[in-house]
Ligand binder design. Structure first.
Ligand code: HCB
Length: 212
C-alpha cells in the first residue's frame, strides 16, 4: 500500500540503506505513487537525520550515508519523472547553484530535477559556486531566474553578495533572484532583496512558474 511504501522510503534513509531506498522507489512506481511524494518522504527522513545529528546521536558519516541512500532512491525515480516532461519548448532559463563555501547539494539537485521536469532549461552550476561565477552565468545565459541554495547560516550571508554583485554588474534588473535551503526564510529573502523564496522544491517550481 501507499503507507507501506512511504514508511519504507523513510526507514531506508533512517537506516542508511540505499538498496531499501531503491526498493521503496520501485514499489512506489509500481503502485502508481507520484515520485515527488516519495522524494518528500525521503526528505522528511533526512530532516530527522539532521535533527539527530544536531543532538549528537548521529555523526557525519551517518549523514553522508543517509544522503547517499537518498540519492540511490532518487536515481530510480528520475527517469520516471522525466517521462512526464511533456513540453519540448523551454519555458525559460534558470541558472542555479549552491552558494560559495557550501557543499550541500541534495536539496539544490531536487530543485534542478523538478524545474527540468516542469519544462525549464536549467543551467546547474553545481555546489560551492563563487559569486563571480554566478554573475558571469547570468551575463552569459540571460536567464529569467537565478537561484542559490544555502544550507548553513555561515554561507547564507553570501546570498547578499549575489544581490550586490548583480547590481554592480548592471544585470540585477534583467533577472529575478531566488533563495532557498534550510536556514532561508521569506523574511531573509525580503531582507536581502531576493525576489523569490523557495521553501521546498515544489514551492520553488510554483513560484518560478508564477514569475515567468
Ligand atoms: Co551538513 N550541515 N555539513 N552535510 N547537513 C547541516 C546543513 C547542519 C544544519 C547540521 C547541524 O549541524 N545542525 C549544519 C549547518 C549549521 C549552520 O547553519 N551553520 C551542517 C554542517 C555544519 C556541515 C559541515 C560544516 C560539517 C563539518 O564538516 N563539520 C559540512 C559542510 C562543509 C561545507 O559545506 N563547506 C557538512 C557536510 C554535510 C554532508 C557532506 C555530510 C551532507 C551533504 C551531502 C550533499 O549535499 N551532497 C550534509 C547533510 C546531508 C546535512 C543535513 C543533515 C541535511 C541537508 C539536506 O540535504 N536536507 C543538514 C541538517 C538540516 O538541514 N537540518 C546538515 C534535505 C534537502 C532535500 O533539504 O533544505 O537542502 P534542503 O532543500 C529543500 C529546500 O530547502 C528547497 O528545496 C529542497 C527540496 O524541497 N531548496 C531550495 C534548497 N535549495 C534551494 C534553492 C532555491 O533557490 C530554492 C529552493
Amino acid at each position: 500500500s501507499k503507507d507501506e511504501v512511504m514508511a519504507m522510503a523513510k526507514e531506508a534513509i533512517m537506516e542508511f540503506d540505499g538498496e531499501m531506498a531503491e526498493e521503496a522507489a520501485q514499489e512506489g512506481l509500481k503502485a502508481g505513487i507520484n515520485p515527488v511524494e516519495i522524494i518528500e518522504a525521503y526528505t522528511a527522513a533526512m530532516g530527522d537525520v539532521g535533527v539527530q545529528f544536531e543532538q549528537g546521536t548521529l555523526f557525519l558519516p551517518h549523514v553522508l550515508a543517509a544522503s547517499e541512500a537518498m540519492n540511490a532512491g532518487i536515481k530510480v525515480l528520475k527517469p520516471e519523472m522525466e517521462k512526464t516532461k511533456a513540453q519540448t519548448v523551454s519555458k525559460g532559463k534558470v541558472v542555479i547553484g549552491t552558494i560559495e563555501g557550501d557543499i550541500h547539494s541534495i536539496g539544490k539537485d531536487i530543485v534542478v530535477s523538478m524545474l527540468g521536469i516542469a519544462g525549464y532549461d536549467v543551467i546547474d552550476l553545481g555546489r560551492d559556486v563563487p559569486v563571480k561565477t554566478i554573475v558571469e552565468a547570468v551575463k552569459e545565459h540571460k536567464p529569467a531566474i537565478v537561484g542559490t541554495s544555502a544550507l548553513m547560516t555561515t554561507t547564507m550571508v553570501t546570498q547578499i553578495q549575489v544581490e550586490e554583485q548583480l547590481k554592480e554588474a548592471g544585470v540585477r534588473d534583467t533577472v529575478k533572484t531566488m533563495v532557498g535551503g534550510a536556514p532561508c526564510t521569506q523574511d531573509w529573502a525580503d531582507k536581502i532583496g531576493a525576489d523569490i523564496y523557495g521553501e521546498s522544491a515544489t514551492d520553488a517550481v510554483s513560484k518560478v512558474k508564477a514569475a515567468t
